[in-house]
Ligand binder design. Sequence first.
Ligand SMILES: [Zn+2]
Ligand SMILES: [Zn+2]
Length: 368
Amino acid sequence: MKIRAAVLEEFAEPLVLQELDLEGPKAGEVLVRLHACGVCHTDMYSASGVDPSGYKPCVLGHEGAGVVEEVGEGVTSVAAGDHVVTLFSPQCGECVNCRSGKTNICLAIREQQGKGYLPDGTTRLKRDGEELRHFMGCSTFAEATVMPEIALAKVNPDAPLEAACLFACGLSTGLGAAMYRAQVEEGSTVVVFGLGMVGLGAVAGARLQGAERIIAVDLSEERLALARDHGATDAWVGGDGTVERVLEETGGFGADYTFEATGNVGVMRQAVESARMGWGVCCVTGVAGKGETLDVVPRYLITGRKVMGASFGGVKGREQVPQLVDRYLAGDIDVDAFVSHRISLDDVNSGFDLMHHQDGIRSVIQYV
Ligand SMILES: [Zn+2]
Ligand SMILES: [Zn+2]
């Protein structure tokens, strides 16, 4: 079939809208008609050429939601008409990692996905006979895509797809970091550094877990106000004195849980040092620049702090994304407030510009 898609032709250049051929789903694959897709920082990072593992030409986009149109041989868990959220972090349920129950990092298709191919090592995207690669196993900056069955979460069809798509990446990463990875306990004190989509998700997740005090830290007053709407009890403008202020306001001990969602290694260090002696947990979710390292004074570890990280917030996609969407439908998470701009696929480059200028939380591409 013919589809319109945004293609990364040259690094550090705008994406190019064009018509491509999308082949139908092979065994274990699913054709999804996209309805909405968030524009995420990782797309922009890859397009910039700074990502050492980046490649071109390919179709970017990984925060998609849509409707199943056709399934390949052997696909049983989804059927035509099902509403799905795309998962760059799949869940096969069978690999050693999935079976352990201890991690959401599935090994099943990792290698081929990283290279831009579907699990059988080929691509479904072509342009005049030339192959184009997929991106993060998703390629959702397109009217339709073909993805492995294990990389789709079937969600409640009552959820508007423009909201559901945010669960494909940023929002789930923040919610999951608080709910599943760090497992914030009721009554605890939490600090969240950085209030983009991930940080705001962590604020909401901490609230759902019953945290008593949630301190949101960012440089933008606008984002601090938004964090209050999602459950932050305190909103602080970040800076050099943040660690001292956390200690001061927690009887000199530090916070039970701290979350870092900026990708800045200096802020990561603040997050470690703001965690409580004895049992404080620091959870890192931001992606640091290539070659950067996190400086931690070992004494912080010896005196009982734990430092952890999470990819996709530790969320087991097929199992837990539908649960998170249900909580949205139950009114527990105000997802609509995160959609700051609605754009067409043709405006995808302006979505990057908005993100570059930190204008709003999420731009969502609407396809239908
Ligand atoms: Zn993302
Ligand atoms: Zn697996």
